[in-house]
Design a protein around this ligand. Structure first.
Ligand code: SF4
Length: 131
């Protein structure tokens, strides 16, 4: 169950339309709610923190050197210059607006998501939430 990474291949191939991926998500949630399996989700905490702070998940900074080693210097240059490249193409920022990010923070605060992140030891920088 903990090895599933939600590629959804099982869902797209199942002739009965079942989805092991979705079942896994539910069972994982139940396990974490019961205090089990937290160590399996801790590694994703920094990704979730970025979601909280920017309104969009992203690769945690500590993973970037490893990815750069795997994908090479052109990839790293692309990552470092993403916003500049997008501006040149007239695409604007890839991040949601601050208004949208504030709404997402409000939802995450109201549902206890941010509290749970902090309980896992994640450094959540609480920005302004929507009123
Ligand atoms: S269980 Fe399904 S979604 Fe998860 S890794 Fe296997 S094929 Fe992919």
């Amino acid at each position: 169950m903990w090895l599933c990474f939600y590629c959804y291949t099982c869902q797209s191939r199942c002739p009965r339309g079942n989805s092991v991926a979705v079942i896994n998500q539910v069972i994982r949630g139940m396990q974490v709610e019961a205090g089990r399996g937290v160590r399996h989700v801790e590694m994703f905490a920094d990704w979730a923190v970025q979601f909280y702070e920017k309104g969009m998940g992203g690769t945690p900074p500590e993973f970037l050197p490893h990815l750069a080693e795997a994908f090479g210097p052109r990839w790293r240059e692309f990552i470092d210059r993403r916003e500049e490249i997008r501006a040149q193409l007239g695409l604007g920022s890839m991040y949601p607006s601050e208004h949208a990010a504030r709404e997402m923070r409000a939802l995450m605060d109201a549902t206890g998501f941010s509290d749970r992140l902090e309980a896992m030891g994640a450094a959540v920088h609480r920005g302004p939430a929507s009123p």
